[in-house]
Design a protein around this ligand. Structure first.
Ligand code: ADP
Ligand code: MG
Length: 254
């Protein structure tokens, strides 16, 4: 097999040149970094599970007409996506108080918000991903006002849909982070959902016990991290065929 050209290596994924122009291969790693990067480590099987979970959720979103970069899963750790020009902001949608919002306003985690809050963070590790407003985003030329209207409408629709989907499997979608990109079809520009949707970037709590079932288990050193990722996949009905045995997977397929 010929070695593919690596385009980028991030914290959770490696991007390779895809088989056709305009495509990329997203390879999901087991590496984990806490928010703020104070902790790093390996969550065994995370890459395999996030590849599946993101595939599943992006497919469901495609079915309801939300445009995403997802094309198809290639193997245990890789999926084929459309290459987009990433808009350099992370969109965070919150349904309950948690994480940095709880810290900033000294509010109790878990407090339900009377309406969903949409926040934006500028994607820059050097600047520690600062919170920004639509004013910064449009003034600095990261996106146009009409792109932002589209992004807010899509994010709220995704929130409504995913909240219901997770509720159906006994999970509360506390908050989540999304990335969007621009895709050109001839002269036409479309905004599409990119990156991934997984317990790495969603806060998911058990509906009955409020037990945390996401990356906070790693960031906050709560233990049973692998089990939490597996349980989310199990509830969605998408555990890999061989069960946990399959999760080791081939370390790196190139
Ligand atoms: P990071 O450490 O920057 O979060 P990840 O490990 O999550 O990186 O790797 C994914 C990288 O690929 C991110 O920088 C993300 O913006 C980018 N990305 C995601 N989807 C696409 C896409 N369809 N086209 C181009 N870049 C993408
Ligand atoms: Mg990322």
């Amino acid at each position: 097999m010929t070695r593919r050209r690596q385009i980028y290596e991030g914290r959770a994924k490696v991007l390779f040149e895809g088989p056709e122009p305009g495509t990329l291969v997203q390879h999901f790693k087991d590496d984990a970094y806490s928010d703020g990067s104070s902790r790093r480590g390996i969550i065994t099987g995370k890459g395999v599970l996030n590849n599946r979970i993101s595939e599943y959720l992006m497919q469901r979103l495609n079915e309801i007409g939300v445009p995403t970069h997802f094309m198809r899963r290639l193997n245990m750790r890789e999926q084929l996506v459309r290459e987009v020009e990433i808009i350099p902001i992370t969109v965070c949608v919150r349904n309950c108080v948690a994480g940095s919002l709880a810290e900033r306003f000294r509010m109790a985690e878990g407090t339900a918000l009377p309406r969903s809050i949409v926040e934006y963070y500028y994607k820059s590790e050097e600047l520690e991903n600062p919170l920004v407003t639509e004013e910064h985003i449009t003034a600095f030329g990261w996106a146009h006002p009409q792109d932002m209207d589209e992004i807010v409408a899509l994010s709220l629709r995704i929130n409504d849909f995913l909240t219901g989907l997770f509720l159906g499997v006994g999970l509360k979608l506390v908050d989540f982070r999304l990335e969007y990109g621009r895709l050109w079809d001839n002269e036409q520009m479309r905004i599409v959902l990119a990156d991934e949707i997984s317990p790495d970037n969603c806060r998911l709590w058990d509906l009955e016990t409020n037990e945390c079932m996401d990356k906070d288990r790693f960031s906050r050193d709560m233990g049973r991290v692998e089990e939490a990722y597996q349980e989310v996949a199990r509830r969605l009905g998408i555990l890999p065929e061989g069960g946990p045995r399959d999760l080791k997977g081939p370390a790196l397929m190139q």
